[in-house]
Each structure stands twice: as structure tokens, then as C-alpha cells.
Design a protein around this ligand. Sequence first.
Ligand code: MLT
Length: 394
Amino acid sequence: MDFNKNFSNVSESYLFAEVANRVSKYTKSNPDKKVIKLGIGDVTLPLVPAVIKAMHGAVDDMSAKETFKGYGPYEGYDFLRESIRDYYKSNGVELDLDEIFVSDGAKSDLGNILDIFSDKNTVLVPDPVYPVYVDTNLMAGRKIIFADANGDNGFLPMPDYSVNADIIYICSPNNPTGAAYTKAQLKEWVDYANKKNAVILYDAAYECFVSDGDLVRSVFQIEGAKTCAIEFCSFSKIAGFTGTRCGYTVVPKALEKDALSANKLWLRRQSTKFNGVPYIVQKGAAAVFTAQGMKEIKENLAYYMDNAKLIASCMDDLGVWYTGGKNSPYIWLKCPNGMGSWEFFDYLLNNAQVVGTPGEGFGKNGEGYFRLTAFGSREATKEAVERIKKLLKK
Ligand code: MLT
């Protein structure tokens, strides 16, 4: 037997595992210090009452012979897919039910979708980028090319027609930079993908934070996207499902090549390798899209965005350059005093006991930048901001 040698091309630990290792080492040697974690984008508010109520009801369903559920449909229960379809409709996007696939999260699907594409495809990813896009393709041995995102283009690279790519990753609002493409910019990407016969793997996990009118919540709000895009979304950020696990992927039937349909291939892949998301979790997810669920969820999203404002205004006070924090829960800042991103990580951890994510972990263009998340509790965010101000004002 031989192991997959492509694994030698990925770093030994996943970025957030590396951050966790360093923090755990620090806390072991400094047990008396209170560390505030604004590193990984993990939520801190509990599931909203509407979701909990629906999940309790589903637990009761499982206790009675008449309502008990065994294996569910591979693509997810209709009740959840119908609510997702209606949510898209409210954003002006018409979907057929069989274009929606429920899963245990966007991260899994973003990796798993690669099963339906040839290993010979060339992949175009922005740099910096959510490490999952790069690592999963490295593991499969695909050729990766990078589109430079940097201060000059506002961390929003645009298509270059001299570059040929087959699979293109776009995340907007972006993780890690918080920058978001306008409708007009996304239209340029959609036109490029259609022209090049490429597919856009569009990560919409942060769509719920969009507030500006010239931004979209779904790539399918852009004309032409159904022939070139697959969209991944998640209940993690909108509804705090990071530990509960539920997401969905939209694979349009119009996405075809050589008489093969992406939608059919994905269904075949999922029905072979995936047995669906628990009924109880899907019932909770469906409650997110009810009027009561949405009302409660909007309060949570506003809470996180108020945290983002606190962090952003701290950076304003300190005169530190940053992007994000407006249509996104991430603040992407330039490390002060020319520090490198891991250097700033250590400096902040050792001197203020605040954890963020070093930009370099998201790609070479992330060097010299740093990401803070607004998903912490209000108390922790306030305290972190005070500590950062005190440290950097010196
Ligand atoms: C992040 O911090 O980038 C995200 O929480 C990671 C994820 O969603 O998998």
C-alpha cells in the first residue's frame, strides 16, 4: 500500500489547529492568565428559542412509532429544502427543490464537491483565502494558481482573461478579509467563468451579514450564474450551528458539460458517501426561516455586528488600517509597527492574552495582516478591545 503523497504538500496542521496548539501551550505555562479567544470564527450565543423548540418537538417525534424517522432522504427533508427555497425566493432567486442539498456544513461540502471534478482541473483561488479550498485541492494533487488579493485591490481580485482556470473559488463576504464583492464585480466573475467554461464554487457562509444594498446574498442573484456556479451555505454563522452542524449546497440543473450534469453527479456522490443530516437538526434548521426564528436570529446577528463595531472603532482610535467589520463578522487589520502576522500573534498573546488569527495562515498575501472575529461574547470583546488599546497605545 502507498499513502497519498499529496499530503506532504499541505502543512502538518490545519491553521486553526495550529492556533489552538499555540494557545494551549501558552495557557499551560501561564495558568493564571485569562486568555480571550477571537481567533477561530466560532459563535458564542446559544441557539435561539425557535430553533430549540423545533428540536424538542423533533425529539418527541423520534419517541413515537407514528412519527419516528429512520434514514432520511440523502438530499435533506423537503420541509427544510422548501424553507431554503423560500429564503432564496425572498432574495429574488428561483430554485427547484432538487437543486438544494442539505449537508452537515459548508466546510464538508466545499471539500467533498471536488469528487465530481477531474483531478486534471486547474484551480484558481484568491490569496489570502479560507485554507480549506487550498488544502483539499492539494490533497487531490490539483494544480492551484492564485489571484492576488491585497491592499491595492481592496482584497477583492478581479478576473484576468489571460489566466485559464477550471475551478474558481469565491467567498463573499470574504473569510478572512471581510471584503465583499459588489453585484457589478460578481457579474464580471460570472461572465469570466461562463466564457472560460469554468465553475465558480461560491462560499456564501457569511451572506447573513450583508447590509449594503449593492451586495448580494447569493451568487444566483447575478444573471448567468446558474450555468457556472455552485453555492455553499451554512447554518453555522446565521444561526449558531457550529456545533449542531447543518448547511446546504445549491447545484443548479443548468450546470452541465459534455452531457454530464453537476446536479446529477452531486446527488450520485452524496447518495453513495453520505447518509444525511439528523432529522432533529434539520427540524431546528427549518425553524431558522420561520418569522419567529428570523426575528430572534436577527437580534443575534446584530449583537455580533455590535462587537464588530467595537473592534473597528478600536482600530480607528489606534490608527490601524483594516477592512471588514461592516458586511462581515471579521476585522482584517494590518499588523502595527510592521510586525509579521505570527509575530503579532505572539505579541498579542503574550502581552494582552488576546488570540486572533495570523493572516499568513490564509496565504502569502496575508503576511503582515491579522484577523479578529466578532463572534465572541460582548464582555470578552470589550475586554479584548481595552487590552489591545492599552498595549498598542504605549
Ligand atoms: C474560520 O474561523 O475561518 C471559520 O470559523 C472556520 C470555519 O468556518 O470552518
